[in-house]
Ligand binder design. Sequence first.
Ligand SMILES: Cc1cc2nc3c(=O)[nH]c(=O)nc-3n(C[C@H](O)[C@H](O)[C@H](O)COP(=O)(O)OP(=O)(O)OC[C@H]3O[C@@H](n4cnc5c(N)ncnc54)[C@H](O)[C@@H]3O)c2cc1C
Length: 453
Amino acid sequence: MANDGRNVAVVLGASMTGLMASAALQRAGWRAVVIERDELELEGAPTARRGVGQGRHNHNLTALATSTLARLFPGVLDELRGEGATVCDVGRDGRWYVGGLRLARVEVGQPQVLVSRPLLDRVLLRRLGASGGVELRDATDVCGLVEDRGQITGVRVIGRREGKEEVIDANLVVDASGRGSRTPRWLEELGFEAPAEDRVDVSVKYTTRAFRWRPTDLDGDRFVYSSGLAPSWPKGAVVFAVDGERWMILQFAYGDAPPSDLDGFRRFAASLAAPEVAQIAERCEPIGDAATYSFPRSVRRRYDRARMPGGLVVVGDALQSTNPSWGLGITSAAMHVDVLERRLANATRPSDGFHRAALRASEPVWGPVRDRDRSFDSVPGDPSWPFQVLNRLVGGTFAAATTRPDLAKLVLEVITYARSPAGLLRPDRVARSLWTQLDAPRLADPRDAVEVS
Ligand SMILES: Cc1cc2nc3c(=O)[nH]c(=O)nc-3n(C[C@H](O)[C@H](O)[C@H](O)COP(=O)(O)OP(=O)(O)OC[C@H]3O[C@@H](n4cnc5c(N)ncnc54)[C@H](O)[C@@H]3O)c2cc1C
């Protein structure tokens, strides 16, 4: 407990999950000590840091993730805009190719935030640093947990600058240290068990390049999602106009990596469902080198089934890390933080039953991502039967959304987690969907169906 009588939480990691969790703790009246291995720069041009290797790649924020950020950091969207990020409409201001088909343009009324990860992290970090109640300790490694009679009572840390080891006491330890979290090993060292893991081997590779943005590009549109994905055609791209007057083009493929040299990158772009990706890669001035990332598998750690000490919660990628091609990591982290926030408000021991509740909350990310991935020939395993039935029932609605703005709005609200998929299952929509599928030509190659404009 802090000198002022407040509960103390130690948060491991100052990336998106750690920052959101710290804001939640602060709002609940806790004192949060955030431990981050990297040095955190709060001035100068924001750059990707070592501990967040994915920071050089595009980051989609769903409606759910955006609303959690806006709740935890009031006014953050204006602040991001002021720093050069784009906040626009998710349906009106960009182009969506879903399964190779372009959705009708429609104003959805949900913000689409286009921002580089380094800038996003920087703005949140500054906000936390300025708010009393959160202490940021950078260049510091967490190297173990401290336990007393079945209760985690703190962490052991080593400062990189002084090389000094110390123990930080805490009423709660929040592990937000990402996919590489060492909590499973630390638990074993303390005589508990490492959690079992659910895994989906996807082997997805990413290559991202930046290009100079001009206001006239794409007639003023600010983003393109291209998931021209058929079972035998597993690749796509996400194109964002971000801060620094840059287009960032992230290309991904299951199996072989999209080329990183400029010519190869452009050739890959030309093979995608959305012709806009190649247009930008060809016509805009390239900036800097390519960044690459290799993602072997989605992993969900079953802390809900493990014998756990009290006083410890694991959140974000450290708990569940899904294939980034679907752009939902921050969304599931937001779901975990939302559970934490509710427990801080209502429970005397927030860690009790936490992982069951958190994994249940993020199942709407894990289940569909696992099943969509398993629909590809290159990913082992079959999609679940409920997913296959659902796909059959709503597939025609996605096709009809190419010409019907009302359905495009519904589809976008569902895929950005602004509303549940239940809206797609209204009997009249299912009937129309099934009829549309009977009527539609089979698509051998998604590019056949693309309307080029
Ligand atoms: C290529 C790629 C693209 C992605 N695109 C999207 C997207 O479009 N949308 C989306 O929502 N998500 C996306 N993601 C996922 C997203 O990046 C993560 O879900 C998000 O960053 C949350 O992760 P995290 O904060 O839990 O962990 P991380 O981002 O991995 O951060 C962990 C932090 O903990 C620190 N740390 C680790 N160990 C220690 C230790 N022992 N001591 C001290 N500090 C430590 C690290 O330095 C780091 O700062 C993408 C991921 C990749 C790889």
